[in-house]
Design a protein around this ligand. Structure first.
Ligand code: NCD
Length: 332
């Protein structure tokens, strides 16, 4: 785990650590770049903290754990949930936020490089959340930052905090992850959430089904990594073959912005639509998840089905992100 964190050593040895931080706390000053940095024990620890965050929010709403700490929320790509849940998480913990959601109005528009923007923001903030269109951008930022970088999506690469909240959702809704059959459906090629989620699930005893059009299959590197952990995986064109066995149906949007040719997007847009008829074929206790936004792949009529977990999933994201901020800032 520690090997993945470029600047941790330097930070932990620094004599300039802010007063009151718990240097011995797990994850203190750690970058969160990829799910591959986590072990099962790490996840249990993070989810334990997230559960505490949930009960505190339910009881008192906000509290001052991160008072005086500042988060820079740097988004080079559109976001509603990820950016506002990090903002809400920081403010519920008593901290404050520098929101840069529209980089076109920042010095990025003047041609500033990512390393220079990161150098700038780390002078003002204690932690930086970064969403960027290029794979590896969060790792690049971490090389230039002495403050923790949290990857909020690096192009078609990874979205580790989403996968953490997805796993937390499965735990909260189904009680355990071991033994579950999880079906990932939609754009498995460009969807970064499913790349992170499949990797994270491979730490558990699960069976994975991938349902997608042939041009949007799960990348071989992800399949190989998951296979190396001994996880059973299978690929399908149609959901019918696996819907009846699934405990979790994880639906994704076809990522229009990643396609080089509009005609390719048109050929797969609307390939799958989850509706009441689909739900009739599903287990009584299956949950439907989606990182959102949805653009037609889950019909509105499914929203009232108790198995529709995608709106609850957003709320679980708040607790997980509160836990992550508190942990990397040494306060949990
Ligand atoms: C996802 C993303 O940005 O990768 N959204 C999110 O963070 N909840 C999924 C998507 O955009 O389709």
């Amino acid at each position: 785990m520690a090997t993945f964190v470029p600047a941790t050593e330097r930070r932990v040895q620094s004599p300039h650590l802010p007063f009151g931080d718990r240097r011995d706390a797990p994850f203190y000053q750690m970058d969160i770049l990829s799910v591959s940095q986590f072990s099962r024990e790490d996840l249990e620890y993070i989810f334990g903290v997230a559960k505490e965050m949930r009960s505190i929010v339910e009881r008192v709403g906000t509290f001052d754990l991160l008072k005086g700490k500042i988060l820079a929320n740097l988004f080079y790509e559109p976001s509603t949930r990820t950016s506002s849940s990090f903002l809400s998480a920081m403010e519920r913990l008593g901290g404050s936020v520098i929101p840069i959601n529209e980089v076109h109005y920042s010095s990025v528009a003047k041609g500033e490089s990512l390393p220079d923007t990161i150098r700038t923001l780390q002078s003002y903030a204690d932690v930086i959340v970064l969403r960027h269109p290029e794979v590896g951008s969060a790792a690049l930022a971490a090389r230039y930052a002495s403050k923790p970088i949290i990857n909020a999506g690096d192009g078609v690469g990874e979205h580790p905090t989403q996968a953490l909240l997805d796993l937390f959702t499965i735990l909260a809704e189904l009680g355990e992850v071991d033994g579950q059959t999880v079906t990932l459906l939609g754009d498995l090629k460009y969807g970064r959430t499913v790349h992170s989620l499949a990797r994270l699930l491979s730490l558990y005893d699960v069976e994975l089904h991938y349902v997608s059009p042939s041009i949007l299959r799960m990348p071989t590197e992800v399949i190989d990594e998951v296979a190396a952990k001994g996880i059973r995986q299978s690929e399908h064109d149609s959901l019918d073959a696996v819907i009846g066995q699934s405990d979790v149906l994880y639906v994704t949007r076809v990522q229009q912005e990643r396609f080089e040719r509009e005609a390719d997007y048109e050929s797969v847009a609307g390939a799958y639509i989850i509706d009441a008829t689909t739900m009739e074929k599903a287990k009584e206790r299956m949950i439907v998840m989606h990182p959102l936004p949805r653009v037609g792949e889950i019909a509105d009529e499914v929203d009232d089905d108790p198995r529709a977990a995608y709106f609850r999933q957003m709320e679980y994201g708040l607790y997980v992100r509160m836990a992550l901020l508190a942990l990397v800032l040494g306060k949990a």
